[in-house]
Design a protein around this ligand. Structure first.
Ligand SMILES: Nc1ncnc2c1ncn2[C@@H]1O[C@H](COP(=O)(O)OP(=O)(O)OP(=O)(O)O)[C@@H](O)[C@H]1O
Ligand SMILES: [Mg+2]
Length: 326
């Protein structure tokens, strides 16, 4: 008897692409953003014009890149993706902009990382669709204005406070904040992902994964994959128990917090007597970059009400102390 052929398995990267919604209907939640962006896009399509530039901001993994893809897809426009760090010099930006196919959606991720020089070159490009190029040096130098192919910039950032206000004000199509997701929205995302992964996931598994997903779709998908891996290795069906065991193994507790979160809370309690602790001192005690502490650790701890930010620094709340068991 011959053994059945191995079922083709998608590699993790290909899986991530498959899990990313490619149509608006699969993009769960963020209702106000979807509604507003859809008006901006439809109006532009009606005019036969490119929409004005759009900015998305919010914590990591809440769907900013996915939205940029959806914007390009609904305009049936080519998408060119790059990031604030990749565009090091003004010449890099000039080369990207002059080589755009007309009607492209240009996605710049982590756009707050653009240098001042690059930003300055970007302003006229965003405003009047042209580049100011300086030819020559010294007294004979002159500026020429180069017309660019029409494009729409979609910017994304996890650190909107780092964006200069002149840049921020150039997103005429809107500046949209993406929120954390409700439990119900997370459950629908996980349910869809389970289908894509061809998993039979009972409701109790979906609930367990949702509860530990830090209100973030990327975490939800990653966790679902880890639970699937665990079940496969242990040769068990997906169940609440399997989900719990897998999460324990990966050091994720019932609220989705990891040892890093607990270290943050314990440091605040033990080294700073519960605060207020200034962000720099706290980050240095954690051997972390203040930006990472502020934008990666804290948003979810603030949301849980375990920490408060005051003008004098971070404070561990009673709820936070209770979580730590003191
Ligand atoms: N609204 C949504 N509905 C369904 N799935 C989503 C949604 N938002 C995000 N996801 C899933 O979460 C993954 C992470 O989202 P995405 O890459 O868009 O986040 P991001 O905000 O760009 O994160 P980062 O700040 O780290 O770049 C996506 O690949 C997708 O699978
Ligand atoms: Mg992204």
């Amino acid at each position: 008897m011959s053994t059945p052929p191995e079922l083709p398995r998608l590699r993790d990267q290909a899986l991530d692409a498959a899990l990313r919604p490619s149509v608006w209907d699969d993009y769960v939640g963020q209702g106000h953003v979807k509604a507003n962006v859809s008006v901006v896009l439809s109006a532009a399509k009606k005019r036969g014009d490119m929409p004005e530039h759009i900015l998305f901001y919010g914590p990591p993994g809440v769907g900013k890149t996915t939205l940029a893809h959806l914007v390009a897809a609904s305009l049936e426009a080519p998408l060119k993706s790059t990031s604030g760090v990749a565009i090091e010099r003004a010449a890099d930006l000039a080369s990207i902009l002059t080589n755009l196919e007309p009607g492209t959606v240009l996605f710049i991720d982590e756009i707050h990382q653009l240098s001042n020089k690059v930003e300055e070159l970007l302003y006229p490009a965003l405003e009047s669709g042209s580049l100011d190029i300086v030819l020559g040096k010294g007294p004979s130098a002159r500026t020429v204005e180069l017309a660019l192919p029409p494009f729409t910039l979609v910017g994304a950032t996890t650190r909107v406070a780092h964006l200069s206000s002149p840049l921020r004000s150039r997103f005429g199509g809107g500046v949209y904040q993406l929120d954390f997701y409700s439990d119900e929205d997370l459950r629908s995302i996980i349910r869809r992902s389970a289908q894509v992964l061809k998993l039979t996931a009972p409701d109790e598994v979906i609930e367990r994964v949702a509860a530990r997903s830090r209100a973030t779709p990327r975490v939800a998908n990653a966790l679902l994959k880890r639970v699937r891996d665990y079940a496969e290795v242990e040769e068990r069906e997906l169940s609440a128990e399997v989900a719990d065991l897998a999460c324990d193994l990966f050091g994720i507790d019932g609220l989705g917090l990891t040892k890093d979160d607990r270290r943050y809370l314990e440091t605040l309690r033990d080294s700073f007597k519960g605060g207020p602790a200034g962000i720099r001192a706290l980050a240095s005690a954690l051997h972390e970059d203040p930006d990472t502490v502020e934008n990666v650790y804290e948003p979810y701890l603030l949301r849980l009400g375990f920490v408060e930010r005051s003008s004098r620094g971070r404070i561990l709340t009673q709820k936070g102390r209770e979580y730590l068991g003191t």
